[in-house]
Design a protein around this ligand. Structure first.
Ligand SMILES: Cc1ncc(COP(=O)(O)O)c(C=O)c1O
Length: 339
């Protein structure tokens, strides 16, 4: 596949950060008797791995075009998006500032997992509480203002890189994926399942499916939310798709009815694991040599196999699971993978 070709006449500029196309393969184990094809977006790079890099290719191209010197974003303390943003910004010669949510901002967490990499990328870290998180967009704007007064040119990326521009990352990924699924041996997966955390990956996949008329070819997309709930993400994804339409008029006309979001697998809450989720994580590691993370891919994969155990044909004859990365969160400490 020619990964430099434009996918649409309206496609915005992008900078190459990810190693594309990422591969994919069948898992050895069938769940509920159903074969699972794994799309390896955890292999978009090394330190820059996971789904966020696809979004950053567009976001940081815009930052560069605006002459940005500083990139600002926010996330949870072990945010994969914040880490990828800091490293990608450094790679492109820009500084970064990360607003990170933690239990007690006066006692910042230890240097583990993604935080270690944030520091390696030279990011300025600002710690905020869960209560302050509600004002994250305002806090980002205030930090941007402060940097501007110092003569810097700030570029702000919202939580998860999940805005209209970042959505092009998974709109492009869908073009890549559909070619791979067409080539996958029979049975061809009928559903693409992904972990939903801030909606940008989902928005790109849903838009891509609609534009490529995949439902008419028997291929659908289903998200499994790892936080919040179904209604929140259906509204959020529909909102991002509407922003894309307003800016680029793609004519996809995504409505809430096009968005399949499977709720009921958040369990104990965001970044909190139940023993059965960790058992699935270990089983996949032991039987497949594939490492899922507890916060996103592991929780969503466990949700998918739970659905399959209840209704083996829920996703058709075969299913594609998008591995969106997150390994550094697993290495953050505090997660006892033995359950
Ligand atoms: C590893 C991983 N998978 C999935 C997601 C969810 O993607 P999105 O934020 O686009 O919904 C995230 C981030 O939130 C992530 O870090």
């Amino acid at each position: 596949m020619d990964t430099s070709a434009r996918i649409h006449p309206a496609e915005p500029a992008r900078v190459t950060l990810a190693h594309l196309p990422t591969g994919g393969h069948w898992l050895r184990e069938r769940w509920g008797g159903v074969p699972v094809w794994l799309k390896r977006d955890d292999h978009t790079g090394g330190e820059l791995s996971g789904n966020k890099i696809r979004k950053l290719e567009y976001l940081l191209a815009e930052a560069q075009a605006q002459g940005a010197t500083y990139v600002l974003t926010c996330g949870g303390e072990q945010s994969n998006h914040a880490r990828a943003t800091a490293l990608a910004a450094a790679r492109l010669g820009m500084r970064s500032l990360l607003i990170l949510r933690t239990d007690n901002p006066r006692v910042p967490p230890a240097l583990t997992g993604n935080i270690t990499l944030d520091v390696m990328a030279g990011a300025d870290l600002r710690w905020i509480s869960y209560a302050q998180w509600r004002d994250r967009d305002q806090l980002l704007a205030q930090e941007a203002e402060r940097l501007q007064q110092r003569g810097e040119r700030p570029y702000v990326i919202p939580e998860g890189g999940s805005n209209a521009l970042g959505t092009w990352g998974y709109l492009r990924a869908m073009h890549e994926l559909v070619q791979q699924l067409d080539a996958a041996q029979v049975p061809r997966p009928a559903t693409i399942v992904y972990a939903c955390g801030s909606g940008g990956t989902g928005a790109g996949l849903v838009l891509g499916a609609k534009l490529l008329r995949l439902p008419e070819r028997g291929l659908s997309v289903a998200g499994i939310n790892v936080c919040d709930d179904r209604d929140y993400f259906v509204r959020k994804i529909a909102g991002i798709c509407a922003e894309v339409e307003a800016r680029w008029q793609l004519g996809a006309n995504v409505t809430e009815a096009d968005i399949d979001m499977i709720d009921g697998h958040v369990g104990l809450g965001y970044a909190k694991s139940r023993p059965e989720e960790l058992a699935t994580l270990r089983r996949v590691g032991q039987r497949e040599g594939v490492v899922l993370d507890p916060v996103y891919t592991g929780k969503a994969f466990h949700g998918m196999v739970t659905e399959l155990s209840r209704a083996p044909r829920r996703f058709g004859e075969a299913v594609c699971f998008v591995h969106t990365g997150g390994i550094f969160g697993l290495l953050a400490g505090g997660v006892n993978v033995l359950g």
